[in-house]
Structure formats: structure tokens, C-alpha cells
Design a protein around this ligand. Sequence first.
Ligand SMILES: Nc1ncnc2c1ncn2[C@@H]1O[C@H](COP(=O)(O)OP(=O)(O)OP(=O)(O)O)[C@@H](O)[C@H]1O
Length: 343
Amino acid sequence: MIHARGLVQTFHTGRGKQKTEVRAVDGVDLDVEEGEVVAFLGPNGAGKTTTLRMLVTLLKPTAGTATVAGYDVVKESAQVRRSIGYVSQTGGAFSGAFAGDEVVDHGMLYGMSRADAVRRGQQLFDELQLEGLWRRMCKNMSGGQKRRLDIVMGLIHDPTLVFLDEPTTGLDPQARANLWGHIADLRRERGATVFLTTHYLDEADALADRIVIIDRGRIVASDTADNLKTQVNGDLVDLEVAPGQVSTAADKLRAIAEHVEVAGSHVSGRVRRAGRAVPALLRDLDAAGVTLESVEVHRPTLDDVFLTLTGRSLRDAEAGTGKPEDDEATAAERDDSLEGAAR
Ligand SMILES: Nc1ncnc2c1ncn2[C@@H]1O[C@H](COP(=O)(O)OP(=O)(O)OP(=O)(O)O)[C@@H](O)[C@H]1O
């Protein structure tokens, strides 16, 4: 359904001596098969949106090739556009028009009859909890309602290949869960292929058959969430101990763990197969007279995967709320703060 080879996108910013080249996407290969739900995960500024915009024909690749639904994104862009649904990060419908009219116009752009567009649009309004808002002006809708309206517009013509750019950013937890259900239905009921970008690790984990991780314009991993997690070196064991016993506990943990760290009264480290190692550790600590306040064992998360692969944390990026398209300064600043925080 989606096949990309060596996709590159460079942007030029600044003037004169300040002129710099940003290699936003730096040789991306991608294969998404029919019926797959693939999450494209990465921190702010990693190149997710730029890759997506090349695939949906809004941006011509600087180098490389891609076919989407069997059509070349450069030579057959009209056919690509007809074959897909696309929900951009910023959305489109913010006008003084009625929400329902925007949706119907959008459906008719794709060749639907007015009656079909009204019927399908009203059905999607119900499914995405926009009941009663058909005759509300778009500009008077809340942020979450606008986001759901964007999604109605992306799905109005029943595409079997859907690109969603951070679909749940700005939605409250209930609306997010509802949209997850809807995305799962798209595949289950209609066999749709879904390619979505996200900062949310739990979203990628819950929804996707496969997770593709991008960092600094390059793909650093592509696998199921489970397989990715097995790449991380063991489970995290976190001990909380009584004051004055931190260094003894750290010594004991070091005997079986890697990357042992101390923070306040907590001592943590990575242990292979913690379920087997922890009972002996507890006996050891007891024998050394260490009083334990608590013990926690955490299975690896996708954040750990990202950290293992890149040496940096994804967690800061999770708090991101998206950025306006073409806002280079914002993305560049976020890049800096992400790296700063991870150091
Ligand atoms: N129009 C543009 N002009 C200049 N630089 C750009 C432009 N669009 C994106 N960039 C830069 O390209 C890099 C990748 O941006 P992109 O928006 O693809 O990242 P992203 O992974 O989607 O990030 P986010 O999660 O914040 O949306 C960033 O460094 C960004 O500043």
C-alpha cells in the first residue's frame, strides 16, 4: 500500500550567511502492507509530518521515490489523492461555514453525491460524538470538536488508506479513547490501512500492529511493540530504602543489575528476568540489614526502547501539543530543549 525508498526532504532556512540546510527527512525506506495499522513515532522535529506530507503528495521529495496505493507520489499525485484520506496536524475547517456544509462539500470534492455525503457525514458525526453540531459554525467549535471534525472530513469518502497526523493531539482522554475505537473499527470492519503519526507511546502501543520509529530524519526501528521491547536490556527494578542505607542497597543491586542509579531514597537498575532475580536480591538485602520501603519492577516501555536506540528520552516530546505547519523556529527550539533535557 505504501512503499518508499530513500525519501529525502531538505529545507533551506535563513538568508546570506545565516542560510542553513535542514535535512528533515534523510533517506527513509518504508513498506506498509494492506490492512496494517502502523504508528510512526518520534520526538518533535524528527521528520514525521514531513514524511507524511511527501506521501500524501503535499510536498515533493528532494530525492527518493514512493508509491501510495500503487501510484507514484510525484507522477500520479492526483490518483494518490483520490485513493487516500488525510487528516493533517493543523486541520482545515476553521471557517464561518456550518460544520455539516464543510463536510458535505468535502465529500462532493471526492465525487460523492450530496445525499451520500450528508448520510455518511451524519453517521460519522454520531460515531465521533459530534451529535447536534451539524449546524454549528466551525469557528465556534471547541478545539476537541474541531479535531474530530477534521477526522470526519478525512474519512467522509470511506478511504481504505488513511493518513492521520497526530490524530488525538488536543483531545480529552474520553474523546481519545473513542477515536482509538474508531481507528480500530476502520481496520476491523473495512480492512482499511492506517498510517498515523503520534507522540503518544500508549497510543502506538494500543493501536498499531507495527511501530516505525524515526529520529532526526532516519528510521531507527520498525517492529511490533513487543519485539521492540525485547530489545531493551531487562526490566527496571526500583528499590526504596530507609535513609542511610542507599549505598549498601546500591552495592547489592550492582551485583545483579546494569546501569544502577541512585535518586534520593530510590535505587534502580536494569535486571534480566527480574521475576527470577528479585527474590534472591530481597534475601540479600535483608541479610545486609537493609530496610525496604518498597520494591517495584517495571517491564520495558517504548520510551525505554527509544532511549536504548538513540540515547535520548522520548518522554519530553509526549507533552508536545503539536505546532503550526512551517513553524521552523518552534520545532528547532523544541529540538534543542529535548536534547537539553535528555543530557
Ligand atoms: N517548511 C519548513 N521549513 C524549514 N524547516 C522545516 C519545515 N518543515 C519542517 N521543518 C524542519 O524539519 C524538521 C522535521 O519537522 P517535522 O515537522 O517533519 O517533524 P515532526 O516529527 O513531525 O515533529 P512534530 O512532532 O513536532 O510535528 C524539523 O527540524 C523542522 O524544523
